[in-house]
Design a protein around this ligand. Structure first.
Ligand code: SF4
Length: 260
């Protein structure tokens, strides 16, 4: 079987799909160290300077290992880059079949049930909201993933998405008439089956937090976990696993106590 060093060499598999390919010694060193850590089931912390080509340096050994792997990125942009650019290029070069999937948090997926409700609602939407909902409806007819980042006509931060995505509280789950076609359900199913699953730190920490509380899990168990942009993990982890106490909570508690 191909090893990581051979894959990145000047006449290796990667050179066949990238014109003008030049091997990078730091990339080979990092990939070899990761392959070694995977094989020996060890932890590895690696710092890669700009231009190392770190995403390939961890993706290739993870894929070549044949082990179920979770790759977590700090940002959704890097998550999209791995899934839409890097993994397809590696797939072209690599000789072995593997199944990769992308999973984001719930609010990143179209909820067709809530969109339909909004479109038929008698609630008065503003003109801008009505236009945005009509654009989402058009996109919803053709999307395969339901990932709202695909939709160029309405930005991801637009509050109108509240009416076309779900939360844990308003999702009907298995009672939903659209359950069998639900984009979130399909994405989670693919995540369970994937050899290489690309997530972000928010989802990874949400999974840890859920497992910690004993209320289940969001992600499948994996043999290999790669945390890219790991310097961002501490902040995300403290949001999910820490305890926050602010003036609002104290005020609410004081008011409840007075009412009692
Ligand atoms: S199952 Fe939940 S997220 Fe999926 S379509 Fe129904 S309400 Fe929306």
């Amino acid at each position: 079987m191909t090893d990581a060093k051979q894959f990145f060499s000047i006449d290796g598999e990667l050179s066949k799909v990238i014109s003008g390919y030049q091997a990078r010694s730091a990339q080979v060193e990092m990939a070899t160290a990761i392959a070694d850590a995977i094989e020996k089931k060890q932890n590895l912390i690696a710092e890669a300077g700009t231009g190392t080509g770190k995403t390939f340096a961890y993706l290739v050994p993870a894929i070549l290992s044949g082990k179920k792997s979770i790759i977590s990125t700090g940002t959704k942009n890097l998550q999209d880059q791995l899934f839409n650019k890097d993994i397809p290029l590696i797939r072209k070069a690599i000789k072995m079949p593997f199944f990769a999937a992308l999973l984001k948090g719930r609010s990143n997926y179209l909820c067709s049930y809530r969109l339909q409700n909004a479109l038929t609602s008698t609630l008065g939407f503003s003109k801008e909201e009505a236009v945005a909902l009509a654009k989402i409806k058009l996109w919803a007819r053709g999307t395969k993933s339901g990932d709202i980042s695909e939709m160029s006509g309405v930005t991801e931060g637009d509050p109108v998405w509240y009416h076309a995505t779900s939360t844990l509280d308003n999702c009907l789950g298995q009672e939903c008439p659209d359950y069998s076609e639900c984009f979130l359900v399909k994405a989670r199913k693919k995540a369970q089956e994937a050899d290489i699953l690309v997530v972000n730190h928010h989802l990874l920490c949400a999974d840890w937090s859920l497992r910690d509380s004993g209320f289940g899990e969001l992600l499948p168990n994996a043999e290999v976990v790669v945390i890219d942009e790991a310097h961002q993990l501490a902040d995300t982890a403290s949001n999910f696993l820490g305890i926050t106490l602010g003036a609002k909570q104290l005020n609410d508690l004081a008011q409840d106590a007075l009412m009692e």
